[in-house]
Every structure is written in structure tokens, then in C-alpha cells.
Design a protein around this ligand. Structure first.
Ligand SMILES: [Zn+2]
Length: 499
């Protein structure tokens, strides 16, 4: 394939996926040529490649490296590749106009359009994401989702050294700021020339809608505040979550908690995550129903889930907001030392909630997951955080996505779990020290039954069992007699009548 063929093919692909129309193709080609510092063009006689947009981008970026237009380093390749795609993507105002024209017919049509756009524009790097290992595992709580995340960009020591050399910058202030829209990128900050955001209003404020570049589940979206301000769970949060699912009834939306350890990785920019996917938690059933005296029209229940979840269901938004706010206020101040729950230590708050909202026909549904981030000498990473014996699988924060039943596990596990299989099969292996106790326990439990055909399935199932343990560790009320009684003690403080 020569360079003219590659440019022609890329433009043809952009037309095929409706990023541009045939009418735009000469214009787009000329912009691509300009970025590649090529000032002539020869119409190729035959097509050069069967590859898709990512492969063609690779070819063009490699060409630019060979011709010394850019240095062959991660950030410069990323910047050029994103600029090349930007040649095919309309301005934000045009995208918003199209989105809302479709939205007036159906919200689903609008999100279908924007999701496809975000993928074709290579903003969502589907080729990398397809490398992830995904599977489901049946448990007593339904099917948990497991993802081994292999889609992180591959950076070498030279790339990382460049990032360290970069002088620190305050623009954009973080990865979630609106100022990323169209931002070229730099070492240590991803290229976003091909990034677009949908404008919306929630509770009288400007908010923005985009997809996650890492899509961990179908149509994984991010809803972010126009203002760069800290994550906060309060009455307005609940209201905004409900307003969002009213706006997009085919999506759920939830927020990470607003405290370290139990929150997500970004606490510094107020944002939510949602999508068109039903997690095991959403399918979990009511285990114990009760009514709140002040909100008699609502259905309230403890959900059958390894973490501690109160579910509210109702037809009136004001009731839902009022009840959730009431539960939040009670929980923030709640201590029960028999259950190791302490609301404050020296004025530092520990209790918060991970809230999730969805619409079921006319009914609103809110899941309030009770969280506590207190640490002790015995559990320096958190009492309600994965304990030491499961940290060889997962030691990161248990945020919104994990709470709902999807484990996002580190890339190292891809090769490490193969070694666990080898261990079980009695083959030569290089088992990591921290997996040894687990592998020995599995070897005892599965003695004489492990074969090359079932080893992978056994290890995968056992990883899911560990993830279930991770969720149980993060649950503030344990799923035993004492824990259930403690949960009911808290419920009783809400002003309830049993039903
Ligand atoms: Zn920000």
C-alpha cells in the first residue's frame, strides 16, 4: 500500500461509516494530506487494504514517523492520529444539533448515533478494547461480569520519561473537563482532537454527556459537570441522577461515592457514569421489604446483594429525592460499633453512599449502596475494602462499576492466571508468590479433576468467587445473622413500618 492508497482508503471508510458524505471527500483528503505534509496527490488505480480505520491510521502515522514529521513516541503518534480523525468530524455545535434532532424522535436514536460516531471517530478505541478478556460467572447473586483490562495504551520507558519531563500544566485541569473537547494532547495527557460532547442541563446547571474511551460495558457513558469541582453526594446528586434517566430512560446512571477508598479514581471532577447495560445488581431481588413512614407511596427494600443496598421504587420524583436524602443524612451520621461502623473519627467523615438510578416504565428505581471508608491498624487500606487475602486479585478501590457487579481486573492477571492453571495441571510454572496460597488451596479442592480442557474454566470461576469476596468485604453489613440484624437496626432508624 502506498501513501495515496492509504489516504484514499481512509476517506472512503469515513464515507462508508457516515462520518462524512461523498461530497466532503476531496476536502477531507486535502486536510489529511496537509497534516502529512504532502502537497500532491495521485489517484490510486487499485485499493490498497482491507483494514479498517485503526489500521489505516497506523499506516499513516508510521509514514509520518518514517518521514520525521513526528517523533516515534506515544504522545506524538496519539496526537497525529487524533488530528487525522478530526478531519472527518463536524464541530460540536453540528454534532449537538444532529443529536437533538434525533432525540426529538427517540432518545435511543440519538444515543445510537452518538455512540457510533464516538467509535468511528476512533475516540473510543474499539480495537484496543477488543483485546480485553470478558466473561460472566454464575454466583448465588446472579451472573457477575469479569473483565481483565488489556486495553491500556502501551507506553514504553521513553514515553514515560517524556511525561515526567513535561512541565506540569493546569489545562485542561483534568481528564473530565469540558476543555478536553478538541484538545490536541501532550505527553501525559491524551489527544482529544476527535472528542465531542453533548450539552444538556441537569437541575438548572450545564452538564455534558460523552462516552468513556474505555467502554467497560455497552454504551458506557460519562455525564460530567460543566464546572471542575469535587465529587459530592447530596440531594442535588440524587435529583440529577433521576433527571438524567428521565432524559434517557434506556440508560441507567450512577455516581461514585465522594470519599477516598470507597470512591472512584477521579474525585476531583463531579461526574456520573451510565449506559445501556443491565448489571447483576440491577437484576437482584428484594430480600427484606419495609415502608418509610414519611414516604408511604414508596416501596423500600434491602436488596439481595453482597454489598449493603437499599432500593427505593416509586412514581413520584419528589418522594424519591426526599427519601434518598433522608437515608443519606441518617447514614452520614450513623455509628454502630458492633458492626465496626463509625461515622466520624476526629471530625473526618467516613459514611457515604454510591447511588444508582434507573427508570422502569413509569417507576423510578434508586439503589443506595451504603459505604464506609474507615481504616484501622488491622485494615490499613480500609475495613470495608478488599482484605489482604483477596488483594492478589483486586486491591484497587471498589467503585461504582465493581459495586454493580463488574470486576475490572489488572492486565497482569492475563499471564498470572495462566501460571495458576499450569500449577493446577502439575506443569512447570512461574507462579507469582502472592498467588501461591490460593493456588495451593485450589489444588487441594480440585485434586484429580483438573484437565487441560477445564483448567481455564476452573480458574475463571474461582476468580469470580474471589471477586464476590471482594464485594462482601466492601459491604458494611455482613451477610450473616449479626450483619442482617445490624442492617435492620439501621433501617429502624429511618422511621419504618415493616411490610
Ligand atoms: Zn475537571
Amino acid at each position: 500500500m502506498n501513501i495515496y492508497q492509504a489516504v484514499t482508503e481512509l476517506v472512503a471508510r469515513a464515507v462508508a461509516v457516515q462520518l462524512i458524505t461523498q461530497e466532503d471527500s476531496v476536502y477531507a483528503r486535502n486536510r489529511i494530506l496537509h497534516l502529512l505534509k504532502i502537497d500532491d496527490f495521485q489517484e490510486p488505480e487499485e485499493s490498497g487494504s482491507e483494514g479498517g480505520i485503526p489500521e489505516l491510521l497506523d499506516f499513516l502515522v508510521a509514514h509520518a514517523c518514517e518521514h520525521k514529521l513526528i517523533e516515534d513516541v506515544f504522545d506524538q503518534r496519539d496526537i497525529l492520529s487524533s488530528q487525522l480523525m478530526d478531519c472527518f468530524i463536524p464541530l460540536p455545535s453540528v454534532i449537538n444539533e444532529r443529536f437533538y434532532a434525533k432525540f426529538s424522535r427517540s432518545p435511543r436514536e440519538a444515543t445510537d448515533y452518538f455512540y457510533a460516531l464516538s467509535q468511528h471517530s476512533n475516540y473510543i478505541q474499539t480495537r484496543q478494547i477488543d483485546r480485553n478478556i470478558n466473561y460472566k460467572a454464575a454466583t448465588e447473586y446472579g451472573e457477575l461480569d469479569i473483565t481483565i483490562n488489556l486495553s491500556k495504551p502501551e507506553k514504553n520507558p521513553k514515553d514515560i520519561a517524556r511525561e515526567k519531563l513535561m512541565k506540569s500544566s493546569n489545562y485542561p485541569r483534568c481528564l473530565l473537563c469540558v476543555e478536553n473537547e478538541g484538545y490536541a494532547g501532550r505527553a501525559g495527557h491524551p489527544a482529544r482532537a476527535n472528542h465531542r460532547l453533548i450539552r444538556l442541563r441537569l437541575g438548572g446547571e450545564p452538564w455534558y454527556f460523552q462516552y468513556s474511551p474505555y467502554v467497560y460495558y455497552n454504551e458506557h457513558c460519562i455525564v460530567l459537570a460543566g464546572e471542575h469541582r469535587d465529587m459530592k453526594i447530596d440531594r442535588q446528586t440524587i435529583e440529577r441522577l433521576l433527571l438524567f434517566v428521565d432524559f434517557m430512560p434506556h440508560y441507567f446512571v450512577g455516581s461514585n461515592a465522594d470519599l477516598p477508598i470507597v470512591g472512584g479514581s477521579i474525585l476531583s471532577h463531579d461526574h456520573y457514569q451510565g449506559g445501556r447495560y443491565e448489571f447483576a445488581m440491577a437484576k437482584a431481588t428484594d430480600e427484606y421489604r419495609f415502608s418509610l413512614r414519611d414516604f408511604p407511596l414508596l416501596e423500600s427494600a434491602i436488596v439481595k446483594w453482597p454489598m449493603s443496598v437499599i432500593r427505593l421504587r416509586g412514581e413520584h420524583m419528589a418522594d424519591m429525592v426526599g427519601a434518598a436524602d433522608h437515608i443519606l443524612a441518617k447514614w452520614r451520621a450513623y455509628s454502630d460499633m458492633a458492626a465496626h461502623i463509625q461515622a466520624y473519627t476526629q471530625g473526618t467523615p467516613h459514611n457515604t453512599i454510591t447511588p444508582i438510578a434507573r427508570k422502569r416504565g413509569k417507576m423510578w428505581e434508586l439503589d443506595l449502596v451504603l459505604r464506609n471508608n474507615r481504616t484501622t491498624e488491622e485494615h490499613p487500606m480500609g475495613i470495608f475494602h478488599p482484605h489482604e487475602d483477596v488483594q492478589h486479585i483486586k486491591k484497587e478501590n471498589i467503585g461504582l462499576i465493581e459495586v454493580m457487579g463488574l470486576a475490572v481486573l489488572p492486565a497482569r492477571l492475563e499471564s498470572e492466571l495462566k501460571e495458576v492453571e499450569n500449577f493446577l495441571l502439575g506443569r512447570e510454572q512461574r507462579l507469582a508468590e502472592y498467588h501461591l496460597a490460593w493456588a495451593e488451596e485450589l489444588a487441594r479442592r480440585y485434586e484429580g479433576t483438573v484437565t487441560p480442557d477445564n483448567a481455564e474454566a476452573i480458574v475463571r470461576r474461582e476468580v469470580a468467587a474471589k471477586f464476590l469476596r471482594v464485594l462482601e468485604d466492601a459491604g458494611v453489613f455482613k451477610r450473616n445473622e449479626a450483619g442482617v440484624a445490624a442492617f435492620k437496626r439501621f433501617i429502624a432508624t429511618l422511621g419504618t413500618e415493616e411490610s
